[in-house]
Design a protein around this ligand. Sequence first.
Ligand SMILES: Cc1cc2nc3c(=O)[nH]c(=O)nc-3n(C[C@H](O)[C@H](O)[C@H](O)COP(=O)(O)OP(=O)(O)OC[C@H]3O[C@@H](n4cnc5c(N)ncnc54)[C@H](O)[C@@H]3O)c2cc1C
Ligand SMILES: *[C@@H]1O[C@H](CO)[C@@H](O)[C@H](O)[C@H]1NC(C)=O
Ligand SMILES: *[C@@H]1O[C@H](CO)[C@@H](O)[C@H](O)[C@H]1NC(C)=O
Ligand SMILES: *[C@@H]1O[C@H](CO)[C@@H](O)[C@H](O)[C@H]1NC(C)=O
Ligand SMILES: *[C@@H]1O[C@H](CO)[C@@H](O)[C@H](O)[C@H]1NC(C)=O
Ligand SMILES: *[C@@H]1O[C@H](CO)[C@@H](O)[C@H](O)[C@H]1NC(C)=O
Length: 637
Amino acid sequence: MSVVQPAITAVVTLLVAFAAAGVPLPRYEALLKQQSAPEDPSLGLYDDGDKVVRLTVDNFNATVLDQNRGALVEFYNTYCGHCRRFAPTYKTVAEHLLPWSEVLIVAAIDCAAEENNGVCRDYEVMGYPTLRYLGPGFQPGAKHYGQNLMTQDVTEIRELLAGMVAAENLTSSHNNSYWPNLHYLTENDSVTSLFEGLSRDRQYVAVVHEPENTTLGVEVALFMTQWPAVEVRRVIDPAVSAKFKIDPANLPLSLVDRKGEITAYAPEFANGESYAKKLQEVLGKMNVTPRPVRPHQKLGKPATKATGQNEIIQEVHRNKHFVYQADLEQAIRTILHNEVPKVSEISGEKLLALQRFLAVLQRYNPLSANGHQLVTKLKDYVVQFNDQLTGSQFEEELKRLESQLSPVYSSTHFVGCTGSSPRLRGFSCSLWTLFHFMTVQAASNDESQDPLEVLQAMHGYIKNFFGCTECSEHFQAMASRRKIWSVPNKEEAVLWLWAAHNEVNQRLAGDETEDPEFPKKQFPSPDSCSECYRAPGTKSENLEIEWNKDAVLGFLKNIHNPQFVSRYGLQREELLHPTPDKMRQKRQISSVFTDMDMRMGMLLYAFCIVMMVLAFKLFAFKGYRKKPYGHDLLGKV
Ligand SMILES: Cc1cc2nc3c(=O)[nH]c(=O)nc-3n(C[C@H](O)[C@H](O)[C@H](O)COP(=O)(O)OP(=O)(O)OC[C@H]3O[C@@H](n4cnc5c(N)ncnc54)[C@H](O)[C@@H]3O)c2cc1C
Ligand SMILES: *[C@@H]1O[C@H](CO)[C@@H](O)[C@H](O)[C@H]1NC(C)=O
Ligand SMILES: *[C@@H]1O[C@H](CO)[C@@H](O)[C@H](O)[C@H]1NC(C)=O
Ligand SMILES: *[C@@H]1O[C@H](CO)[C@@H](O)[C@H](O)[C@H]1NC(C)=O
Ligand SMILES: *[C@@H]1O[C@H](CO)[C@@H](O)[C@H](O)[C@H]1NC(C)=O
Ligand SMILES: *[C@@H]1O[C@H](CO)[C@@H](O)[C@H](O)[C@H]1NC(C)=O
């Protein structure tokens, strides 16, 4: 018996440990290892195949400061839906303006990548996406961060840029031989004077009649920068045009050669591209060719696909309405590391909003013990300021505190907010999750009696810091329409946010930014909470759902209960308080078993049963003689 008893103990312990997560599970461990370093939260919206030059902190200055050409720069956040919707348009702009690239490049920087915080802060980007023109020789100076383009239309962008290029007063120090001569032809110009001072390469001068208040001639000149044989000149005065055989209404374009011969042409459409096409067609017939467009240097890092997403998505699909610790942490991390530090001046309403937000986060903080200290100290730091704080001061203090208190976070990636592509879901999803979590915590304890505490903090945050500008504007409009300031109690605050979120879900259902793996639905779905629906039969999409609000409230309180927040996919679960809910953990871990793990487990299980039967027989036989109460021993096991 003295041999058998430890054997049983060992086997049972092994079994329990295996079931309850103690035994390393090869696949799961591999998954965690892959993700042990914090991932770049954003992979950017542009790839190598696009003509958009990718800027980062490492190449920004070298690419756009003090160049002999200009740059159009888009400041965007990958997680901002409107930026994602705009990305195809911007790719078109870059493709379309590629022939201009010796004079102007089309570039973009992802402000959701933490490494770029400093650039986005220095350029005082107020909304996303922002388009800025930085001219040749550009140097950032006091309140000089380039010119905003307040449009997202391809044609308007082209016209505005042409106007900005034309307004440049280039000195010879810029030394850009491609820069077109944008002076209008005057009464003093003639067919013979046209070629004076031009290089021998210039065999032709194209004369473009530019209607008043347009940038047509500039555009033609820019589209022709790759054609060394042609100098493009613009003319606005009809009397001068006439000298070059131009009839503004019918033949607005002419080509002059060195012999003084002039031919006028009628382009198909009244735009720079069409004029350039006409010229290129004519020149092509005369065997005149362009220079090849110099390919952009491959700037920036290539976008890499994140790994391990599929396992996570499968897990999330199995547990549709779980709230994940990893997402709560990623939301906080992005807020502290990216969104707040990007704001150059935090003063007035912004400062108040930050103080309120940190105070609420301090109360309903889902982080580890170190994370609690971090938020407390950060809040104490921020409340000292009553005038203004800068984003870089905040960032410095955050990094100082984190290095003191490290490790703070138990996860480095999203789980419930993982998208089927790295450009989907992510931060905005986790932000909703965090605020739902906080409204529920507020309603579930007595820390404060203020029903608006969390909603007000959220409203202030969204208005002043959320880097999805369109979301922020929609949210503010919705908040006043849904009377956020009249919410009577903390439970109604939970329901207010739930209903508001459902309104957003409804508006975005079928939107191009929707993740096909996670279609926008009214939440919770009938599968997750049938009792939340009063009339379960109503399937029609147009019918307003009749909610059972009490059931919804119960459901929301339940899924956001810290005891039930899932810890799936955490790297450093040991940082958190242990949950007593072992069974749930067991279920989650078993779900990442591979077939191999399962077979091993079954084998072990069978082996254990055989051992136990053997042991019990042996033991029971002996025990029967020595002690009448066999079950005593079970207590010792
Ligand atoms: C304040 C705010 C405003 C936004 N406005 C816009 C906008 O105007 N335009 C735009 O394109 N994008 C907007 N977004 C982003 C958009 O709402 C989604 O966050 C984004 O499209 C990612 O969607 P998702 O599928 O991950 O689910 P999300 O809508 O982000 O939801 C996250 C998770 O919350 C749970 N959930 C869903 N609905 C509810 C609910 N009603 N109550 C409780 N939990 C719920 C689900 O588990 C879901 O997976 C906004 C985001 C925020 C935070
Ligand atoms: C880029 O230039 C700006 C302004 O000259 C400067 O403040 C900043 O430090 C530079 N950044 C890098 C990474 O060199
Ligand atoms: C253009 O620059 C030159 C030299 O810097 C200056 O003398 C001239 O006034 C400028 N012209 C305009 C229109 O700004
Ligand atoms: C301008 O370009 C020419 C030829 O590329 C070069 O020799 C000259 O040094 C350049 N001047 C300046 C000021 O950069
Ligand atoms: C044309 O030349 C005359 C004489 O040189 C001069 O007075 C006039 O200003 C010039 N016109 C323009 C538009 O340059
Ligand atoms: C051009 O713009 C000016 C100033 O805005 C305006 O007065 C003029 O009428 C415009 N001309 C045409 C042809 O639109």
